[in-house]
Ligand binder design. Structure first.
Ligand SMILES: [Zn+2]
Length: 123
């Protein structure tokens, strides 16, 4: 069955560090202007939409952006020893997967750490 998806983009500023010499300069505390793309899908439209863009926005802002914007990611997620883009994305998937209405599925998350570097999770 075909599915249609929608994507919303979010920005947040956070600091992090990767506490091991193998990560080179990333061992030091530094910041990124992260760009987060969240894609959700459904098999059928409700009110002609997968989900209202503004509802998607509220869900991601309340559960993710408000918790990480202008914070140190190592403090926000102490259970993640190495908050790489890959590990942060897995955490975001964990947090978001249960937050959407019935029939709406988290399909993809893309997290840009810099303009040219991103990690991507696909269901
Ligand atoms: Zn970094």
């Amino acid at each position: 069955m075909s599915r249609i998806s929608i994507t919303k983009r979010f920005g947040f500023e956070s600091a992090h560090f990767l506490p091991d010499k193998i990560y080179g300069k990333c061992e030091r505390v530094h910041g990124h202007s992260y760009q987060l793309f969240v894609t959700v899908s459904s098999e059928k439209l409700v009110n002609n939409m997968v989900i209202n863009f503004s509802d998607l926005s509220v869900i991601v802002k309340e559960n993710i952006i408000d918790k990480v914007d202008h914070f140190l990611l190592n403090d926000v997620f102490p259970e993640i020893k190495f908050p790489t883009a890959e590990n942060i994305i897995l955490k975001f998937v964990d947090i978001l997967e249960s937050k959407f209405p019935d029939g709406v599925f988290l399909e993809k998350i893309k997290l840009f750490e810099t303009a040219n570097s991103f990690a991507e999770w696909t269901k």
